[in-house]
Ligand binder design. Structure first.
Ligand code: G3H
Ligand code: 13P
Ligand code: ZN
Length: 330
């Protein structure tokens, strides 16, 4: 057993309290490799933003769970070396079982998500409560989820959103004891969050997706005032990345994300954690495609992954300053 405090990590409780009170959101950026981690940490140190390093089951398989723990510990040291120690949370994204959550807690995670959103309500409560009891005994924060995002989530495909029902949230958070709650108000995972048919066009012909269900968010906030809310599937899918990818041989179609002003509005409310993975994937892929296409003689991976890391760093810094409002809050 390695406790997260030994690694220099923090849990998310104080970060969320400050974020809700201050009307901003903490970035939860997924990482799977060294370069993503370097970009996240250097961007957040530069903008003085607290950060949640988010690891999915897929990331654990890809990068090896032991290496990930040392990478997270390295992130704390790297932040110090860069001259400013930011609060860093190591969080399990979409944990699907008690055993996985326990395993992560034992290997140094300071926060876990137990995603029972696909289960019948009472089963979601029972599983989440079990994880909370174990996690809280170790000072680890727990995120639960109510409502189902459309698209692919935890290998489960849902054709439609099942929005979070505001009348369930008081019962869920009191009976489970969770520290934060992920909700479904119209976001979804990946780079294809809306079809063009679901969108309208603005005066410049740009596709405008339907707005998130802020009415549901407001109703949830009325039920559990000040309680930390989490937004998954919150990538904006910047069109410049999509265009660069397609210009250099990619074939992305109908890639539409959540407009930034809606994320700003959410961050100003009780939404205090915003999950972003796809935008990082797009930034990295765009930069790597461009480097490979424009420098065909190059075969040193550092020469194309390096610029991708720079692009990622720019993206993450931009998010903390212009979208989440977490810059300067470390
Ligand atoms: O919510 C899902 C995250 O984007 C992680 O994706 O399971 O492919 O690592 P992944
Ligand atoms: P995106 O696919 O919109 O980046 O969402 C990521 C996420 O919710 C991770 O849990
Ligand atoms: Zn998610």
């Amino acid at each position: 057993m390695v406790h997260y405090k030994e690694l220099g990590l923090v849990n998310s409780n104080d970060l969320f309290k400050n974020a809700v009170a201050g009307g901003y959101a903490i970035p939860a950026f997924n990482f799977n490799n060294l370069e993503q981690l370097q970009a996240i940490v250097s961007a957040c140190v530069e903008t003085k933003s607290p950060v949640i390093l988010q690891v999915s089951s897929g990331a654990r398989k890809y990068a090896n769970q032991t290496l990930l723990r040392f990478l997270a510990q390295g992130a704390v040291e790297y932040s110090k070396e860069l001259g400013f120690e930011i609060p860093i949370v190591l969080h399990l994204d979409h944990g699907d079982s008690f055993e996985l959550c326990k395993n992560c807690i034992e290997s140094g995670f300071s926060s876990v998500m137990i995603d029972g959103s696909h289960l019948p309500y009472e089963e979601n409560i029972a599983l989440t409560k079990k994880v909370v009891e174990y996690a809280h005994a170790h000072g680890v924060s727990v995120e639960g989820e109510l409502g189902v995002l459309a698209g692919v989530e935890d290998d489960v495909v849902a054709e439609h959103h099942t929005y979070t029902q505001p009348e369930e949230v008081v019962d869920f958070v009191t009976r489970t004891g969770v520290d934060s709650l992920a909700i479904s108000i119209g976001t979804s995972h990946g780079a294809n969050k809306f079809t063009p048919a679901q969108c309208t066009r603005d005066d410049n012909g740009i596709l405008v997706p339907p707005p998130l269900r802020f009415d549901i968010l407001e109703e949830i906030e009325k039920q559990i005032p000040g309680f930390p809310i989490v937004l998954h599937g919150a990538s904006s899918v910047p069109q410049e990345y999509v265009e660069t990818i397609n210009k250099y041989g990619g074939a992305l179609k109908d890639s539409i994300g959540i407009p930034e002003e809606q994320l700003r509005r959410a961050a100003a409310s009780a939404v205090c954690k915003i999950n972003i993975d796809s935008d990082g994937r797009l930034a990295m892929t765009a930069a790597i495609r461009q480097e490979l296409a424009t420098k065909p003689g190059e075969f040193d991976p550092r020469k194309y992954i390096g610029p991708a890391r720079e692009e990622l760093k720019k993206l993450y810094a931009y998010k903390t300053v212009n979208v989440l409002g977490s810059a300067g809050k470390a």
